[in-house]
Ligand binder design. Structure first.
Ligand SMILES: Nc1ncnc2c1ncn2[C@@H]1O[C@H](COP(=O)(O)OP(=O)(O)OP(=O)(O)O)[C@@H](O)[C@H]1O
Length: 227
């Protein structure tokens, strides 16, 4: 079922940051939200999360870097238990193994602090945590900014594989058109708090209509990135 969201908007300090916006996110789809810094991507994400949560639709958000989600002094198994508790879930080793395996982390002991793992592995762990709630929508916020591009691409492939099996919709939020074009079937371009383009990825790349999308597409070095 497609997630339809209408009239999403946001103001900060008396200024409209996100103008009234409608979104349609197809179930199991991979959608990219692209726009320059300050366009309002984070604001849109927060408004979207608030709206979906208010409607009772499960949504998970993966922040840019694992440090934002993990306490460096707490062991990974503590984080897992906390997430289960927050969701009202009883501990379930089978579910835990399934999610860890989906992110390529099977057989890794969790009785260590985050710093014992590479950042790429920490980010995968955070994504596995985000999947615990069986979200209808998984928002990946600048998912590659904290990782080297090859690790980032491998991580995104694992997430997408899991999403295909479970019907989760993925929203990749980024200022990097190369990343979005490689990962998403559909692209939304946000500029100054307005969605100025909403098109299938090949269509947007071939025929960008808005000034913002044309500027992103004409920035050609995006094509060379591995993810
Ligand atoms: N709490 C706030 N108070 C005032 N202005 C804000 C606040 N939060 C965001 N803004 C402004 O809203 C605009 C959009 O910010 P936002 O963080 O949503 O953009 P973004 O596209 O996510 O940027 P980036 O890619 O740099 O993270 C910016 O001009 C920002 O300065």
């Amino acid at each position: 079922m497609t997630l339809h969201i209408t009239g999403l908007s946001a103001a900060r300090a008396g200024r409209t940051i996100l103008h009234p916006t409608d979104l349609s996110l197809p179930k199991g789809g991979r959608v990219g939200l692209v726009g320059p810094s300050g366009a309002g991507k984070s604001t849109l994400c927060h408004a979207l999360i608030d709206r979906l949560q208010a409607e009772g639709t499960p949504v998970s958000h993966v922040p840019q870097s694992p440090e934002e989600a993990l306490d460096p002094l707490r062991r990974l198994d503590f984080h897992w238990r906390q997430a289960e508790r927050a969701l009202g879930l009883a501990p379930d080793p089978i579910r835990q193994n399934m999610l860890m395996k989906a992110l390529g982390l099977e057989a890794r002991p969790l009785n260590v602090r985050p710093g014992s793992w590479s950042r790429g592995m920490q980010q995968r762990f955070v994504i596995a945590l985000a999947l615990l709630s069986r979200p209808a929508l998984l928002i990946l916020d600048e998912p590659t900014s904290a990782l080297d591009p090859v690790i980032a691409a491998a991580t995104l492939e694992l997430v997408e594989g899991h999403a295909v099996q479970t019907g989760i919709t993925i929203l990749v939020v980024t200022h990097d058109l190369g990343l979005a074009a490689a990962r998403a079937d559909w692209l939304l371009v946000l500029d100054a708090g307005r969605i100025v383009e909403d098109a299938a990825t090949p269509e947007l790349l071939a025929r960008p209509k808005s000034v913002a999308a044309r500027a992103l597409v004409s920035h050609r070095n995006w094509a060379a990135l591995p993810c």
